[in-house]
Design a protein around this ligand. Structure first.
Ligand code: AMP
Length: 170
């Protein structure tokens, strides 16, 4: 099944010059969603995963489905002020200024094998911050799996030494 046809390009969203990859048509189709989950499962075949860590908010859709399939726990990474318990925090650079991501302090046990997931790998700044959070908590990043990789933005350059996969490349 060609998953590319379920990704909608929305020009100039959320601002002029951005070609936004909208994954909601994929989520609307249960067969295509099941196929994507199957492909994600295949990417970690034979590996033991304790936790799937996914980024707010579009990483949550497939992150929870993948965690269920793998029999792993799901860990949400969120923007400041959203998680109710004590948190580990990591700042990261944006085009203008900085932002911060957080996870709960009890989400990852030292030595946990972690799969990181998000919908899109763009410049890699978000994923890099999540890698740091996982390692701060004592987790081992087994690999990072994305639905889409915007390869022309060279996100992999920020994630050298890590195993990075995507179902669709642009
Ligand atoms: P980055 O930190 O630049 O790799 O950006 C990754 C985050 O921004 C992901 O959480 C994506 O959801 C979102 N993102 C960046 N660029 C796009 C795009 N062109 N279409 C959809 N989402 C994007």
């Amino acid at each position: 099944m060609d998953l590319t046809k379920y990704i909608r390009d929305v020009k100039d969203f959320p601002k002029k010059g951005i070609d936004f990859k909208d994954i909601t048509p994929l989520l609307l189709d249960s067969s295509a969603t099941a196929e994507a989950v199957k492909q994600f499962e295949f990417l970690v075949e034979g590996k033991s995963i304790d936790k799937v860590v996914a980024m707010e908010a579009r990483g949550f859709f497939f992150g929870t489905l993948i965690a269920q399939k793998l029999g792993a726990g799901f860990v949400p990474v969120r923007k400041p002020g959203k998680l109710p318990f004590s948190t580990l925090n990591q700042q990261y650079s944006l085009e203008y200024g900085t932002d911060e991501l957080q996870i709960h302090t009890d989400a990852i046990n030292p030595g946990d094998n972690v799969l990181i997931h998000d919908d899109v790998l763009a410049t890699g700044g978000t994923a890099e911050a999540v890698v740091k959070l996982v390692e701060l908590a004592g987790g081992k990043v087994v690999q990072l799996d994305f639905l889409l990789d915007l390869t022309f933005l060279n996100g992999k350059d920020k994630l050298k030494g890590y195993n990075i996969n995507s179902l669709i490349k642009y």
